[in-house]
Design a protein around this ligand. Structure first.
Ligand code: AHR
Length: 649
């Protein structure tokens, strides 16, 4: 055995430790004492109170996080607006010898808002037993799972010479396997809405290389619009969210959701901004918009009410970002213009839509959209990363939004995206995208922040190593930085990793927390760091000091006052185990039994992926023979949470 290898050495120390502690031998104590590293926790003193909103989520539709991601719709380009010249995502399907064509058609609009363009399927020749149809490829495939009911809906009209029926199936990519099939016997010569269910059998194996096909066996012309296919969704919400991704977020116990961006809020141009009023009501009312910041069109099926219901489902507080007049290409809407005033009014209306009761205009609109109960809203952010606005216009833009919001909603806490002088924001949003090493250096950043100024919201951060999702090294950098945020949570009211999601087929950003394709998803090592930090903390920080060590241990300790549980989080960014004496001062007694949860792997380059989703995951161990002074060896390249219980009786 190579005793110099850090992992081997760590394992040997662990084994020795278990035996020695169990027998009460002093031999190991002497070994640790020689390393001279001591972590001292002051259990009877209190540091910062930890914000109950410290750990949350940030979401924007980037890398198909919404369409083709969390938003469970499986049909790409369901209203045919992705490209005005071609039906992107759609193709014609013909049996050998049959003939048909598809094209975009703007002469059969259903309304003049969202459903202006339809897909025209012309079936020119089809013999008995043959078919001609249209296929949708989904977002890099259509997920098939056993024993699953899919909801299909579409608007259709047929030429009078079309005899029907219309067949709808989910099939594999060459049509040789039909997983689920249903039929509509007659299609009206006027636009009508059709719904049906598709059911897979218990025997089918999960697969992704599939398509939805709508076809017929008789000649004529059919027009289609708003073609939709939903798998089961979280909480069985219609127009809802993808189950596995919701489950992954739920497992993080997030306290808030910052939305809808990010650059997505702003767009490259004024026209491409997130316009919340276009994202509410029936899908036929939502025109969608060009998500120019991230290079694709958004359906806006994931709209304002869906964001709020997502908050409701996961018990998160919304942190709403409102568009504040800056477009990413560098232009801004000047204050004291009617165009700017209407943006401020839009923000006020949006807050009323969220919080107003049904006696208010927008509260009533929310009720008519299906949610009479108002939502609680405590934080509104004005814009996003306005330090990019070189004109200096943010001072005045922020002031106008701040004044209007404070006047109408005095309780709302207003967040600025950069330091401003014209007003004192309640909170400032800071963003950090750094190398893992630079992130670790930020662990002490907030130790010296003023306690008299605005609070800090770390609205985006992530160590940038690993694509499309971070490796262990990034997770260590994140964790080290997070010890500083938690220790200073009297200043840092909230923090959220960004970006949250990436469809691995279309990454528009390097390093993202959770990866997926149409069928499967996985959490990166940084995901597990987020989860560990969010799940394991108390309500007060316990002052903790370190002596000795090699300068690569980052730590924070907290206590849950009502239970006496003490959480000692230690990040070891070095390739060597760190043998450490842990002293708990001021505790009457410490339970003999505790828990250590450790995230580590053989190499800092190790990561998770669709093919190997659990290579780097936390592992929990029972600790025994604990007392107010014990020894622990922190594994090389690891994040460890030690969980102890203080007894005061
Ligand atoms: O998280 C990705 C992008 O990074 C966000 O959209 C933007 O706010 C930041 O520059």
């Amino acid at each position: 055995m190579n005793m110099k290898h850090p992992i081997v050495r760590f394992l040997v120390v662990c084994i020795t430790y278990t035996i020695v502690v169990a027998t009460g031998s002093v031999g190991l104590e002497q070994t640790f004492a020689a390393s001279g590293t001591t972590l001292t926790v002051e259990a009877s003193q209190t540091g910062a109170h930890i914000s109950p909103t410290l750990y949350g989520l940030m979401f924007e539709d980037i890398s198909h996080s919404g369409d083709g991601g969390l938003y469970a719709e499986l049909i790409r380009n369901r209203t045919f607006k992705d490209d005005p010249s071609t039906p992107v995502g759609w193709s014609v399907v013909t049996s050998s010898g049959a003939q048909g064509t598809i094209s975009l058609d703007n002469s059969h609009a259903i309304n003049n808002l969202a459903l202006t363009t339809s897909l025209q399927l012309q079936i020119e020749q089809v013999d008995k037993g043959q078919r001609v149809g249209v296929a949708n490829e989904g977002y890099w495939g259509i997920p098939v799972r056993p024993d699953t009911t899919y909801q299909v809906s579409f608007d259709a009209l047929a030429s009078t010479d079309f005899a029907g029926p219309l067949t709808v199936d989910i099939e594999n990519i060459d049509g040789s396997i039909i997983y689920a099939r249903s039929m509509i016997n007659t299609i009206s010569p006027n636009w009508a809405h059709y719904t049906l269910k598709l059911q897979t059998s218990a025997q089918v194996k999960p697969s992704i290389t599939n398509r939805l096909v709508i076809s017929a066996g008789s000649t004529g012309t059919i027009w289609l619009n708003l073609v939709s296919l939903f798998p089961p969704t979280w909480n069985a919400r219609s127009n809802g969210m993808r189950m596995d991704l919701m489950q992954k977020m739920d497992a993080m116990h997030p306290s808030f959701l910052r939305f809808p961006g990010g650059n997505y809020l702003e767009g490259n141009t004024f026209e491409d901004r997130f316009q919340w009023k276009n994202t509410i009501g029936g899908l036929e009312q939502r025109p969608g918009h060009n998500n120019s910041a991230w290079g694709y069109r958004s359906s806006d099926g994931l709209g304002l009410l869906e964001y709020l219901e997502w908050c409701e489902d996961l018990k998160m507080m919304p942190i709403l970002a409102v568009y504040a007049g800056y477009a990413l290409h560098g232009s801004h809407v000047p204050v004291r213009t009617s165009q700017f005033d209407s943006l401020v009014q839009d923000a006020l209306d949006e807050v009323q839509y969220i919080t107003g009761d049904t006696t208010t205009y927008w509260g009533q609109r929310r009720a008519s959209n299906g949610h009479p109960k108002p939502f609680d809203l405590q934080y509104v952010e004005i814009g996003n990363e306005d330090f990019f606005d070189r004109s200096g216009s943010y001072e005045d833009r922020f002031a106008a939004f701040y004044d209007a919001l404070k006047k109408a909603y005095p309780r709302i806490q207003v967040i600025s995206t950069v330091k401003v002088r014209s007003r004192t924001p309640d909170v400032i949003d800071e963003h950090y995208y750094k190398s893992p090493e630079e992130s670790a250096r930020l662990a002490t950043l907030y130790d010296s922040y003023s306690r008299n100024g605005p609070k800090i919201f770390v609205g985006e951060y992530a160590s940038q190593e690993g694509k499309p999702t971070p490796n262990l090294n990034s997770a260590l950098g994140d964790a080290a930085m997070m010890t500083g945020m938690e220790r200073n949570s009297d200043v840092v009211m909230g923090a959220c990793y960004a970006p949250l999601f990436v469809n691995v087929n279309a990454p528009a950003w390097g390093t993202n927390l959770i990866g997926y394709d149409a069928l499967n998803s996985y959490g990166s090592p940084s995901y597990y760091v987020q989860q560990l930090f969010s799940l394991y903390h108390g309500d007060v920080v316990l002052p903790t000091s370190l002596s000795g060590g090699n300068g690569q241990l980052y730590f924070v300790t907290s206590k849950l006052t009502k239970s006496g549980t003490i959480y000692i989080k230690v990040v070891n960014t070095s390739p060597d185990a760190q043998d450490t004496q842990i002293k708990i001062n001021g505790a009457t007694s410490i339970d003999a039994t505790g828990k250590a949860t450790v995230l580590t792997s053989a190499s800092v380059k190790d990561t998770n992926s669709l093919n190997d989703p659990t290579k780097v995951v936390p592992v929990a161990h029972v600790l025994s023979s604990l007392s107010s002074s014990f020894t622990y060896s922190f594994a090389p390249n690891s994040v460890t949470v030690l969980q102890l219980t203080e007894r005061n009786t």
